[in-house]
Design a protein around this ligand. Structure first.
Ligand SMILES: *[C@@H]1O[C@H](CO)[C@@H](O)[C@H](O)[C@H]1NC(C)=O
Ligand SMILES: *[C@@H]1O[C@H](CO)[C@@H](O)[C@H](O)[C@H]1NC(C)=O
Length: 212
């Protein structure tokens, strides 16, 4: 056993191949103006998968996409190309139902989604395959967890997003947050749960202080 392991090791022509354990199934050459989620949406690669495949290459905030650079989009055997772009008023139940899957699979394929599904945002790309197809998340915060500063929460539960300040207020001026900073009266749209004081996140209006 031990001998065989050694033999397999030295049979590799280049030690460098040991590091490249994964085989890339598809690539994309970045263009001017690309951001991670625009690449994800256009190429059918989830926000999580793009981040985990490029962990250590693309930074957490996706600020270093270099036009002309080729990025791997998926690894052999771990490449989900069944994707969905999050829309306004989506929540995990709506997305799962529409895709004909259950939330267990949705969460396994998109490990950056938090337990209450309050951190999904419009434009985020989710894997909606009916089997687990993405690479496992490394230890720590899953790649793809960083929410773009301009992101708009997909639903009224989304008070975990960074556009809410520490007092729970939306920023004074923002071109993109109007969908969530307006009209608490419409806040229950798309959710089966509601402002019913049962202690869950629904009981907070948009951007309310988490402690309320
Ligand atoms: C992405 O998926 C859609 C829907 O299945 C398909 O029409 C489109 O051609 C795919 N795009 C790429 C780049 O694979
Ligand atoms: C979710 O769907 C998967 C795949 O169809 C299935 O194996 C699993 O048992 C389901 N889980 C629940 C809790 O229904």
């Amino acid at each position: 056993m031990f001998t065989r392991t050694i033999a397999a090791f030295i049979a590799l022509p280049f030690v460098a191949q040991l590091a490249a354990a994964e085989t890339c199934t598809r690539t994309y050459t970045a263009q001017e103006g690309d951001i991670c989620d625009s690449i994800s949406a256009a190429q059918n690669v989830s926000t999580y998968q793009l981040a985990v495949v490029n962990n250590g290459i693309i930074d957490d905030e996706c600020n270093n996409i270099a036009p002309g650079t080729s990025y791997c989009l998926g690894w052999q055997g771990e490449d989900c190309s069944t994707t969905y772009v999050v829309q306004a008023n989506d929540d995990c139940d709506i997305i799962s139902n529409a895709a004909g899957i259950n939330n267990t699979i949705l969460y396994l394929n998109n490990p950056q989604i938090n337990t209450d599904c309050t951190n999904i945002y419009i434009g985020e790309v989710l894997c909606t395959a009916s089997t687990v197809q993405v690479p496992p998340a490394p230890a720590g915060s899953p790649p793809g967890s960083s929410i773009p500063p301009s992101a708009t929460a997909a639903n009224s539960d989304g008070d975990d997003l960074p556009y809410c300040d520490e007092n729970g207020n939306p920023p004074a001026a923002s071109g993109t947050s109007s969908a969530t900073s307006s009209a608490p009266s419409s806040s229950a749209t798309g959710n089966s749960d509601s402002d019913n004081d049962d202690g869950d996140d629904d009981d907070d209006d948009d951007c309310d202080d988490e402690s309320t």
